[in-house]
Design a binder for this molecule. Structure first.
Ligand SMILES: Nc1ncnc2c1ncn2[C@@H]1O[C@H](COP(=O)(O)OP(=O)(O)O)[C@@H](O)[C@H]1O
Ligand SMILES: [Mg+2]
Length: 375
């Protein structure tokens, strides 16, 4: 039916899927949604918001939200059924609700709808996927599930720095770091660093049992991985890493839409902007560490790595994906490391990347309407 409507002059349709909200109409980054609607207009695509509550597969029209430019308000109205659904449900908990899962699974099975990005990723699952494929394995830091003090002992034998990360974490929340120190009398000593709100908190321990107990005090109910710490390259003594946005093109193939850099705040163990990090230019930072020629070479390798990693993630997940952001580290020797991928990328503040990201969502949706896989 989508095809038929298209033929008689109806615009292609793209629904941004999110969840209802008691206070604010619906959840998500509303500015982002408005930008997508506007970009859709430029490409002749009818873009609107649908909440999981309103979503149904069986009718030619459903309730969606459009933005009224005159009143500057969102209005709920009947819209034509979507041909493409772009999942932007912003929280894991909401995405896991049975009624939401039902909607997502129904879209996944539907032959008239193309759904992309059906779920969040989990850091341990990502590691399993990427470490078992030979194309992506070289980018993977040594990583284990954190299940016992022995996991710490094992990795501390091999690595002087470890990162402890919640498998479902984001924005640096819950991340801890262990540094193996050598004291004046030659005894083993460990420092555990935690981000506590805006500040860092440190504690010192003599054994991995003590480290384990300290971690237990702060982990809450969250599952963790423990990972080899990468000696990130620095700029003015601050560590930085790269954020690549990888998206499918109008031809349905993976491509890097842009790469940004995030420089860590002083003494911070992560590079997140809300934790004192700042945005900078990858080429400038890498040139200062490696020289212009090698910087260019590294960025070429990062692009290649990001595309390889995205393709492998999509393959292993068994789902149709259209975009992801990726946190990538470059160490002092110029080696490239994968930290994580996010299937609900945050808005990039770099204007060029931002513009490209919006266009690619629309162009990829058009690609899906014309060539998407059918089941
Ligand atoms: N193994 C590691 N070695 C060095 N730095 C790391 C490591 N893992 C994470 N980091 C730093 O912490 C940041 C956050 O880690 P990430 O895995 O992206 O978790 P989150 O989901 O909280 O963003 C990274 O961007 C990087 O700066
Ligand atoms: Mg991250």
């Amino acid at each position: 039916m989508g095809f038929f409507l298209h033929e008689i002059g109806q615009k292609p349709t793209l629904a941004i899927l999110t969840v209802k909200d008691s206070k604010r109409v619906f959840r998500g980054n509303l500015d982002n949604f408005r930008d997508l609607i506007q970009t859709g207009e430029q490409f002749g695509v009818d873009v609107y918001i649908v909440t999981t509550k309103d979503f149904t597969l069986s009718s030619p029209e459903i309730y969606g939200y459009r933005f009224n430019d005159e009143t500057k308000k969102w209005s709920r109205e009947l819209v034509p059924a979507p041909q493409v659904v772009y999942n932007r449900i912003p929280y894991r908990k909401m995405e896991m609700k049975p009624e939401v899962q039902q909607t997502i699974q129904a879209c996944n099975r539907s032959s008239s709808i193309q759904l992309f990005n059906p779920s969040f990723f989990n850091k341990w699952t990502l590691f399993g996927w990427l470490n078992s494929a030979k194309e992506s394995k070289p980018y993977m830091p040594d990583t284990q599930q954190l299940n016992s003090a022995n996991d710490l002992t094992q990795l501390l034998r091999k690595h002087a720095v470890l990162y402890l990360k919640p498998v479902k974490g984001k924005a640096g929340r819950g991340i801890m770091r262990i540094d193996r120190l050598t004291t004046a009398n030659g005894r083993r000593n460990y420092r555990l660093s935690r981000q506590e709100n805006k500040k860092m908190a440190y504690s010192y321990h003599n054994s991995t049992d003590e480290l384990w107990n300290e971690w237990n005090k702060h982990r809450g109910t969250h599952d963790y991985i423990v990972q080899q710490g990468i000696a990130l390259t620095r700029y003015k003594e601050r560590a930085y890493d790269l954020r690549a946005l990888v998206q499918k093109t109008s031809k349905g193939v993976w491509s890097v839409s842009g790469i940004g850099a995030r420089v860590a705040g002083r003494a911070s163990i992560t590079t997140h902007v809300p934790r004192g990090g700042s945005i900078d230019e990858p080429r400038k930072l890498l040139t200062s560490a490696f020289g212009a020629t090698e910087a260019k070479n590294i960025l070429t390798r990062v692009r290649k790595a990001a595309v390889t990693l995205a393709a492998q993630i999509e393959k292993s997940s068994g789902n149709q994906l259209g975009e992801m952001s990726m946190d990538i580290g470059v160490d002092t020797a110029g080696h490239i490391w994968f930290f994580e991928a996010n299937s609900k990328p945050m808005k990039f503040d770099e204007p060029k990347i931002r513009q490209k990201s919006l266009e690619r969502i629309i162009r990829y949706s058009l690609y899906l309407i014309n060539h998407g896989r059918r089941r």
